[in-house]
Ligand binder design. Structure first.
Ligand SMILES: [Cu+2]
Length: 387
Protein backbone atom coordinates (compact mmCIF):
# COMPACT_ATOMS: atom_id res chain seq x y z
CA UNK A 1 0.00 0.00 0.00
CA UNK A 2 1.66 3.30 -1.04
CA UNK A 3 0.41 6.66 -0.21
CA UNK A 4 1.08 9.87 -2.06
CA UNK A 5 4.31 11.53 -1.07
CA UNK A 6 3.64 14.93 0.45
CA UNK A 7 6.05 17.68 -0.56
CA UNK A 8 7.72 19.80 2.10
CA UNK A 9 7.07 23.46 1.43
CA UNK A 10 10.65 24.74 1.40
CA UNK A 11 12.64 21.62 0.53
CA UNK A 12 12.39 22.06 -3.23
CA UNK A 13 13.39 25.76 -3.44
CA UNK A 14 16.32 25.01 -1.09
CA UNK A 15 17.45 22.10 -3.25
CA UNK A 16 17.10 24.16 -6.43
CA UNK A 17 19.17 26.96 -4.89
CA UNK A 18 21.90 24.56 -3.77
CA UNK A 19 22.01 23.01 -7.24
CA UNK A 20 22.19 26.45 -8.86
CA UNK A 21 25.16 27.29 -6.61
CA UNK A 22 27.00 24.16 -7.72
CA UNK A 23 26.28 24.83 -11.40
CA UNK A 24 27.31 28.51 -11.18
CA UNK A 25 30.57 27.53 -9.47
CA UNK A 26 31.41 25.70 -12.70
CA UNK A 27 31.12 28.96 -14.65
CA UNK A 28 33.98 30.66 -12.79
CA UNK A 29 36.48 29.59 -15.46
CA UNK A 30 39.84 28.10 -14.64
CA UNK A 31 42.75 30.06 -13.19
CA UNK A 32 46.25 30.08 -14.69
CA UNK A 33 47.32 27.08 -12.61
CA UNK A 34 44.58 24.71 -13.71
CA UNK A 35 45.28 21.07 -14.45
CA UNK A 36 41.95 20.82 -16.28
CA UNK A 37 43.38 22.33 -19.47
CA UNK A 38 46.35 20.07 -20.17
CA UNK A 39 48.99 21.40 -22.57
CA UNK A 40 51.21 18.35 -22.84
CA UNK A 41 51.13 14.52 -22.96
CA UNK A 42 51.88 13.95 -19.25
CA UNK A 43 49.22 16.41 -18.16
CA UNK A 44 46.76 14.84 -20.61
CA UNK A 45 47.39 11.39 -19.10
CA UNK A 46 46.73 12.79 -15.63
CA UNK A 47 43.61 14.57 -16.86
CA UNK A 48 42.38 11.30 -18.43
CA UNK A 49 42.78 9.53 -15.08
CA UNK A 50 40.91 12.31 -13.35
CA UNK A 51 38.05 12.00 -15.83
CA UNK A 52 37.88 8.21 -15.35
CA UNK A 53 37.66 8.64 -11.58
CA UNK A 54 35.09 11.42 -11.98
CA UNK A 55 32.84 9.26 -14.17
CA UNK A 56 33.03 6.24 -11.84
CA UNK A 57 32.53 8.37 -8.74
CA UNK A 58 29.55 10.11 -10.33
CA UNK A 59 27.88 6.79 -11.20
CA UNK A 60 28.44 5.51 -7.65
CA UNK A 61 27.16 8.78 -6.18
CA UNK A 62 24.00 8.78 -8.28
CA UNK A 63 23.16 5.14 -7.46
CA UNK A 64 23.84 5.53 -3.72
CA UNK A 65 22.05 8.87 -3.45
CA UNK A 66 19.04 7.58 -5.44
CA UNK A 67 18.85 4.48 -3.20
CA UNK A 68 18.91 6.64 -0.11
CA UNK A 69 16.18 8.95 -1.40
CA UNK A 70 13.97 5.99 -2.36
CA UNK A 71 14.50 4.39 1.07
CA UNK A 72 13.78 7.63 2.91
CA UNK A 73 10.60 8.34 0.97
CA UNK A 74 9.16 4.81 0.71
CA UNK A 75 9.92 3.64 4.22
CA UNK A 76 9.40 6.86 6.16
CA UNK A 77 7.25 6.80 9.27
CA UNK A 78 3.63 7.61 8.57
CA UNK A 79 1.03 8.58 11.14
CA UNK A 80 -0.89 5.54 12.29
CA UNK A 81 1.34 3.09 10.41
CA UNK A 82 3.48 1.13 12.89
CA UNK A 83 4.65 -1.67 10.55
CA UNK A 84 8.42 -2.17 10.32
CA UNK A 85 9.88 -2.51 6.83
CA UNK A 86 11.61 -5.80 6.00
CA UNK A 87 15.06 -5.97 7.69
CA UNK A 88 18.01 -6.96 5.44
CA UNK A 89 20.83 -7.07 7.99
CA UNK A 90 23.16 -10.04 7.37
CA UNK A 91 21.87 -10.73 3.86
CA UNK A 92 24.78 -12.71 2.38
CA UNK A 93 24.03 -12.03 -1.27
CA UNK A 94 23.79 -8.26 -0.67
CA UNK A 95 26.90 -8.16 1.53
CA UNK A 96 28.96 -9.98 -1.11
CA UNK A 97 27.63 -7.75 -3.90
CA UNK A 98 28.50 -4.50 -2.19
CA UNK A 99 31.94 -5.75 -1.27
CA UNK A 100 32.78 -6.99 -4.76
CA UNK A 101 31.53 -3.94 -6.70
CA UNK A 102 33.77 -1.38 -4.87
CA UNK A 103 36.72 -3.79 -5.08
CA UNK A 104 36.29 -4.06 -8.85
CA UNK A 105 35.90 -0.27 -9.20
CA UNK A 106 39.07 0.35 -7.17
CA UNK A 107 40.96 -2.16 -9.33
CA UNK A 108 39.76 -0.38 -12.49
CA UNK A 109 41.18 2.87 -11.08
CA UNK A 110 44.36 1.37 -9.62
CA UNK A 111 45.72 -0.24 -12.79
CA UNK A 112 46.00 2.89 -14.97
CA UNK A 113 46.94 5.02 -11.94
CA UNK A 114 50.00 2.92 -11.08
CA UNK A 115 50.94 2.52 -14.73
CA UNK A 116 50.92 6.27 -15.32
CA UNK A 117 52.60 6.97 -12.02
CA UNK A 118 55.70 5.20 -13.33
CA UNK A 119 55.38 6.48 -16.90
CA UNK A 120 55.49 10.12 -15.73
CA UNK A 121 59.05 9.63 -14.53
CA UNK A 122 60.29 7.22 -17.22
CA UNK A 123 63.24 8.36 -19.29
CA UNK A 124 61.90 9.36 -22.70
CA UNK A 125 63.11 7.19 -25.60
CA UNK A 126 65.07 8.98 -28.28
CA UNK A 127 66.32 12.55 -28.27
CA UNK A 128 65.45 14.72 -25.31
CA UNK A 129 66.42 17.92 -23.58
CA UNK A 130 67.94 17.43 -20.13
CA UNK A 131 67.35 19.98 -17.40
CA UNK A 132 68.67 19.83 -13.84
CA UNK A 133 66.29 21.39 -11.33
CA UNK A 134 67.68 22.44 -7.95
CA UNK A 135 65.29 23.59 -5.26
CA UNK A 136 66.46 26.40 -2.95
CA UNK A 137 64.66 28.18 -0.14
CA UNK A 138 62.92 30.00 -1.97
CA UNK A 139 63.78 29.92 -5.66
CA UNK A 140 64.42 27.49 -8.51
CA UNK A 141 67.74 26.93 -10.25
CA UNK A 142 67.59 25.45 -13.78
CA UNK A 143 70.71 24.12 -15.49
CA UNK A 144 70.93 22.58 -18.96
CA UNK A 145 73.86 20.12 -18.75
CA UNK A 146 73.83 19.44 -22.51
CA UNK A 147 74.02 23.12 -23.50
CA UNK A 148 77.46 24.49 -22.70
CA UNK A 149 79.31 27.70 -23.50
CA UNK A 150 82.78 28.09 -25.02
CA UNK A 151 84.34 27.48 -21.58
CA UNK A 152 82.31 24.31 -21.04
CA UNK A 153 79.96 25.80 -18.43
CA UNK A 154 76.30 24.75 -18.75
CA UNK A 155 73.49 27.23 -19.35
CA UNK A 156 72.03 28.29 -16.00
CA UNK A 157 69.01 30.38 -15.17
CA UNK A 158 66.62 31.00 -12.27
CA UNK A 159 62.85 30.65 -11.85
CA UNK A 160 62.13 30.97 -15.58
CA UNK A 161 62.42 27.68 -17.43
CA UNK A 162 62.61 27.87 -21.24
CA UNK A 163 61.63 24.84 -23.32
CA UNK A 164 61.20 23.94 -26.98
CA UNK A 165 57.62 22.91 -27.86
CA UNK A 166 56.82 19.35 -28.89
CA UNK A 167 60.05 17.85 -27.56
CA UNK A 168 60.48 15.52 -24.59
CA UNK A 169 62.26 17.14 -21.65
CA UNK A 170 63.69 15.08 -18.81
CA UNK A 171 64.12 16.72 -15.43
CA UNK A 172 66.68 15.52 -12.90
CA UNK A 173 65.84 17.17 -9.59
CA UNK A 174 67.31 17.60 -6.14
CA UNK A 175 67.31 20.16 -3.33
CA UNK A 176 70.09 21.90 -1.38
CA UNK A 177 67.99 22.39 1.75
CA UNK A 178 64.46 21.11 2.43
CA UNK A 179 61.80 19.23 0.47
CA UNK A 180 60.21 21.23 -2.34
CA UNK A 181 57.82 20.05 -5.05
CA UNK A 182 58.01 20.93 -8.74
CA UNK A 183 54.57 21.57 -10.21
CA UNK A 184 53.46 23.13 -13.47
CA UNK A 185 49.78 22.08 -13.55
CA UNK A 186 49.12 22.39 -17.34
CA UNK A 187 52.25 20.32 -18.09
CA UNK A 188 52.72 17.64 -15.44
CA UNK A 189 51.96 16.26 -12.03
CA UNK A 190 53.73 17.25 -8.82
CA UNK A 191 56.98 15.59 -8.00
CA UNK A 192 58.89 16.17 -4.77
CA UNK A 193 62.37 17.70 -4.93
CA UNK A 194 64.18 16.11 -2.01
CA UNK A 195 67.58 16.85 -0.41
CA UNK A 196 69.89 13.82 -0.58
CA UNK A 197 67.83 12.21 -3.33
CA UNK A 198 67.41 12.48 -7.08
CA UNK A 199 63.90 12.48 -8.52
CA UNK A 200 62.94 12.62 -12.18
CA UNK A 201 60.02 13.91 -14.19
CA UNK A 202 59.11 13.94 -17.85
CA UNK A 203 57.94 17.28 -19.17
CA UNK A 204 56.68 18.01 -22.64
CA UNK A 205 54.65 20.90 -24.02
CA UNK A 206 52.43 20.48 -27.09
CA UNK A 207 53.68 21.97 -30.36
CA UNK A 208 50.76 24.43 -30.26
CA UNK A 209 51.65 25.93 -26.86
CA UNK A 210 53.92 28.80 -28.07
CA UNK A 211 50.85 30.51 -29.57
CA UNK A 212 48.44 29.66 -26.73
CA UNK A 213 47.74 32.19 -23.99
CA UNK A 214 47.46 30.91 -20.42
CA UNK A 215 46.90 34.39 -19.03
CA UNK A 216 50.48 35.68 -19.06
CA UNK A 217 51.19 36.03 -22.77
CA UNK A 218 51.62 33.41 -25.48
CA UNK A 219 53.48 30.28 -24.41
CA UNK A 220 53.96 31.32 -20.76
CA UNK A 221 52.79 28.80 -18.15
CA UNK A 222 52.76 29.32 -14.38
CA UNK A 223 54.06 26.83 -11.85
CA UNK A 224 54.57 26.75 -8.10
CA UNK A 225 56.48 24.95 -5.38
CA UNK A 226 53.82 22.57 -4.07
CA UNK A 227 55.42 21.40 -0.83
CA UNK A 228 55.49 23.76 2.13
CA UNK A 229 59.15 24.75 2.45
CA UNK A 230 59.17 27.55 5.01
CA UNK A 231 58.76 31.31 5.19
CA UNK A 232 58.54 32.29 1.49
CA UNK A 233 57.01 29.06 0.19
CA UNK A 234 54.14 31.01 -1.38
CA UNK A 235 56.69 33.16 -3.27
CA UNK A 236 58.54 30.15 -4.68
CA UNK A 237 56.91 30.21 -8.07
CA UNK A 238 58.19 29.56 -11.55
CA UNK A 239 57.34 30.31 -15.15
CA UNK A 240 57.76 28.03 -18.13
CA UNK A 241 58.37 29.75 -21.48
CA UNK A 242 57.53 27.39 -24.34
CA UNK A 243 59.14 28.40 -27.64
CA UNK A 244 59.12 27.07 -31.18
CA UNK A 245 62.32 25.02 -31.67
CA UNK A 246 63.94 27.84 -33.70
CA UNK A 247 63.12 30.48 -31.06
CA UNK A 248 64.43 28.16 -28.36
CA UNK A 249 67.77 27.77 -30.19
CA UNK A 250 68.02 31.56 -30.47
CA UNK A 251 67.33 31.91 -26.73
CA UNK A 252 70.02 29.32 -25.94
CA UNK A 253 72.56 31.15 -28.08
CA UNK A 254 71.88 34.45 -26.30
CA UNK A 255 72.04 32.84 -22.85
CA UNK A 256 75.36 31.13 -23.57
CA UNK A 257 77.04 34.43 -24.42
CA UNK A 258 78.76 36.16 -21.51
CA UNK A 259 77.63 39.53 -20.14
CA UNK A 260 79.71 42.57 -21.01
CA UNK A 261 81.98 44.21 -18.44
CA UNK A 262 81.20 47.94 -18.57
CA UNK A 263 84.01 50.24 -19.60
CA UNK A 264 84.74 53.85 -18.64
CA UNK A 265 83.02 55.67 -15.77
CA UNK A 266 79.39 56.48 -14.96
CA UNK A 267 76.60 54.72 -13.08
CA UNK A 268 77.05 51.34 -14.81
CA UNK A 269 80.76 51.29 -13.98
CA UNK A 270 79.96 52.15 -10.34
CA UNK A 271 77.37 49.39 -10.34
CA UNK A 272 79.89 46.92 -11.67
CA UNK A 273 82.40 47.80 -8.93
CA UNK A 274 79.74 47.16 -6.30
CA UNK A 275 78.76 43.96 -8.04
CA UNK A 276 82.30 42.57 -7.99
CA UNK A 277 82.87 43.69 -4.43
CA UNK A 278 79.59 42.81 -2.72
CA UNK A 279 77.28 40.68 -4.84
CA UNK A 280 79.72 37.98 -5.93
CA UNK A 281 79.81 36.69 -2.34
CA UNK A 282 76.62 34.86 -3.30
CA UNK A 283 75.80 35.52 -6.98
CA UNK A 284 77.63 34.27 -10.04
CA UNK A 285 78.05 35.86 -13.46
CA UNK A 286 80.09 35.18 -16.60
CA UNK A 287 81.55 38.44 -17.78
CA UNK A 288 83.57 39.26 -20.90
CA UNK A 289 86.15 42.01 -20.34
CA UNK A 290 89.47 43.00 -21.82
CA UNK A 291 91.12 39.93 -20.29
CA UNK A 292 88.64 37.42 -21.78
CA UNK A 293 85.67 35.69 -20.17
CA UNK A 294 85.76 35.47 -16.41
CA UNK A 295 83.46 33.61 -14.06
CA UNK A 296 82.68 35.73 -10.99
CA UNK A 297 81.45 34.24 -7.72
CA UNK A 298 81.34 30.63 -6.66
CA UNK A 299 78.79 27.92 -6.05
CA UNK A 300 78.68 24.73 -4.04
CA UNK A 301 78.82 21.09 -5.03
CA UNK A 302 76.24 18.74 -3.62
CA UNK A 303 76.79 15.00 -3.76
CA UNK A 304 73.62 12.98 -4.05
CA UNK A 305 73.56 9.22 -4.49
CA UNK A 306 77.06 9.23 -5.99
CA UNK A 307 76.11 12.01 -8.42
CA UNK A 308 77.64 15.50 -8.17
CA UNK A 309 75.54 18.61 -8.74
CA UNK A 310 76.96 22.11 -9.09
CA UNK A 311 74.54 24.37 -7.30
CA UNK A 312 74.52 28.14 -6.87
CA UNK A 313 74.18 30.05 -3.60
CA UNK A 314 71.94 32.64 -5.27
CA UNK A 315 70.49 33.12 -8.79
CA UNK A 316 73.02 33.52 -11.63
CA UNK A 317 72.74 37.14 -12.80
CA UNK A 318 74.58 36.93 -16.18
CA UNK A 319 71.33 37.44 -18.10
CA UNK A 320 69.16 38.97 -15.39
CA UNK A 321 68.00 41.67 -17.85
CA UNK A 322 66.35 39.01 -20.03
CA UNK A 323 64.16 37.73 -17.21
CA UNK A 324 60.60 39.00 -16.89
CA UNK A 325 60.33 38.24 -13.17
CA UNK A 326 62.57 37.69 -10.14
CA UNK A 327 62.49 36.57 -6.51
CA UNK A 328 60.93 33.16 -7.18
CA UNK A 329 59.09 34.54 -10.24
CA UNK A 330 56.94 36.53 -7.80
CA UNK A 331 57.77 40.09 -8.92
CA UNK A 332 57.74 41.65 -12.39
CA UNK A 333 61.30 42.62 -13.23
CA UNK A 334 60.67 46.37 -13.40
CA UNK A 335 63.34 48.94 -12.47
CA UNK A 336 61.17 50.07 -9.60
CA UNK A 337 60.86 46.55 -8.13
CA UNK A 338 64.56 45.95 -8.63
CA UNK A 339 65.51 49.19 -6.83
CA UNK A 340 63.21 48.26 -3.93
CA UNK A 341 64.72 44.77 -3.84
CA UNK A 342 68.26 46.13 -3.69
CA UNK A 343 67.33 48.67 -0.98
CA UNK A 344 65.83 45.95 1.21
CA UNK A 345 64.99 42.54 -0.26
CA UNK A 346 62.81 41.51 2.72
CA UNK A 347 60.61 44.50 1.93
CA UNK A 348 59.36 42.55 -1.12
CA UNK A 349 59.73 38.93 -0.06
CA UNK A 350 59.79 37.46 3.45
CA UNK A 351 63.17 35.74 3.92
CA UNK A 352 65.51 34.85 6.79
CA UNK A 353 68.95 36.18 5.75
CA UNK A 354 69.99 36.55 9.40
CA UNK A 355 70.37 32.79 9.38
CA UNK A 356 72.70 32.71 6.32
CA UNK A 357 75.98 30.85 6.63
CA UNK A 358 77.82 31.45 3.35
CA UNK A 359 80.82 29.28 4.30
CA UNK A 360 78.50 26.33 4.96
CA UNK A 361 76.57 27.03 1.74
CA UNK A 362 73.36 27.68 3.66
CA UNK A 363 71.49 30.72 2.32
CA UNK A 364 67.99 31.67 3.43
CA UNK A 365 67.54 34.88 1.50
CA UNK A 366 69.24 38.04 0.36
CA UNK A 367 70.18 40.40 3.20
CA UNK A 368 69.81 44.17 3.29
CA UNK A 369 73.30 45.17 2.18
CA UNK A 370 72.97 48.85 3.16
CA UNK A 371 73.57 50.07 -0.41
CA UNK A 372 73.58 53.80 -1.18
CA UNK A 373 71.16 55.29 -3.73
CA UNK A 374 74.04 55.74 -6.18
CA UNK A 375 75.06 52.12 -5.81
CA UNK A 376 71.46 50.99 -6.31
CA UNK A 377 71.05 53.18 -9.42
CA UNK A 378 74.28 51.81 -10.86
CA UNK A 379 73.31 48.20 -10.13
CA UNK A 380 69.87 48.66 -11.72
CA UNK A 381 71.56 50.05 -14.88
CA UNK A 382 74.06 47.20 -14.88
CA UNK A 383 71.57 44.37 -14.37
CA UNK A 384 69.10 45.81 -16.90
CA UNK A 385 71.90 45.95 -19.48
CA UNK A 386 72.78 42.30 -18.93
CA UNK A 387 70.17 41.00 -21.39
CU1 LIG B 1 59.69 25.17 -2.04
Amino acid sequence: MRRRVRRGRCVYPACALALLGVILAGCSGSGPQSSLEPAGPSARDIDGLWRLVLVLATIVFVIVAAGMVVAMVRFRERPGDTREPKQLHGNTALEITWTIIPAVLLAIIAVPTLQQHFELRDEPDGPRLDVTVIGHQWWWEFTYPGLTDAEGAPLTTANELHLPAGQPVYLTMTSVDVIHSFWVPPLNGKRDVVPGRVTNLKLEADASVPSEDFGFGPGVILGQCAEFCGLAHADMRLRVFVHSPADFDAWVERQLAPAAEPTGTGPIATGYQTFELVCTACHQARVAGSGGVERLGQGVTVDVDGESFDAALAPDLTHFGSRTTFGGASFDATRDHLARWLANPSDLKPMAPERNDIAAGRILGMPNLGLTTDEIDGLVELLESWQ
